[in-house]
Design a protein around this ligand. Structure first.
Ligand SMILES: [Fe+2]
Length: 210
């Protein structure tokens, strides 16, 4: 991905979509830190091999199951300044609803061509991007992507991202609230065929200082 296109894509992110910690006040520009959510049992067991930000191309071969998704956003501090070189990790189920993890389907997703997890670093504008698939729901849980974000001088954030219209638990073991809405994104159709994804989603992440 060349720099020009990357910047163009990141340009769709708007501060207008960011929640303010003090609704209705024009005087404050402070953003509320993104809420944490459970890590769950399937944090990647080993970051080895192909662990880049493109989860749908493994060894040069494209995974064609599921609905492809360009997932991007920025890592910001509470003053909306970009956090550069944050380590951004995601992990999620494949199109059959299983994780690439020894406690779930092992290397099954990878054998079927899906990377299962990936990581990248935020750029000079705080931007990050992944190409993946929209995860399916499983086990009573709505579709979600797990995130872990680390940056020097900031509290490490472990959370999950959900999809608008399908962010409520069907079982009663998950906690949800207004915070869940803060973790929910809308997807949009991507018209630029060069991106190679059917949908895009923008998930802005705000970190608190340590
Ligand atoms: Fe999960």
């Amino acid at each position: 991905m060349n720099r020009v296109r990357r910047d163009t894509l990141l340009g769709v992110a708007t501060l207008a979509s960011l929640p303010l910690s003090n609704h209705g006040s024009a005087k404050t520009s402070a953003l509320a830190p993104t809420p944490a959510d459970s890590e769950g049992p399937f944090y990647p067991a080993a970051w080895t091999g192909d662990v880049d930000g493109d989860l749908i191309v493994v060894n040069g071969k494209r995974y064609d199951a599921g609905v492809s998704l360009l997932l991007l956003g920025r890592i910001l501090d509470v003053r909306a300044a970009p956090i550069i070189d944050a380590n951004v990790e995601i992990w999620q189920v494949d199109a059959t609803g299983v994780y690439r993890h020894p406690r779930d389907d092992g290397d099954g997703p990878l054998k079927r061509g899906f990377q299962g997890f990936g990581r990248t670093a935020s750029d000079t504008k705080g931007g990050y991007r992944f190409r993946t698939i929209k995860p399916v729901n499983y086990g009573g849980r709505p579709a979600h992507v797990h995130f872990k974000v680390e940056a020097k001088g900031y509290r490490t954030l472990t959370t999950q991202m959900y999809f608008a219209g399908e962010n409520q638990e069907r079982s009663n073991w998950g906690s949800f609230s207004q915070e869940r809405d803060r973790l929910t994104v809308k997807t949009e159709s991507l018209r630029d065929p060069s991106v190679g994804a059917q949908l895009s989603a923008n998930f802005e992440i705000v970190l608190a200082k340590t």
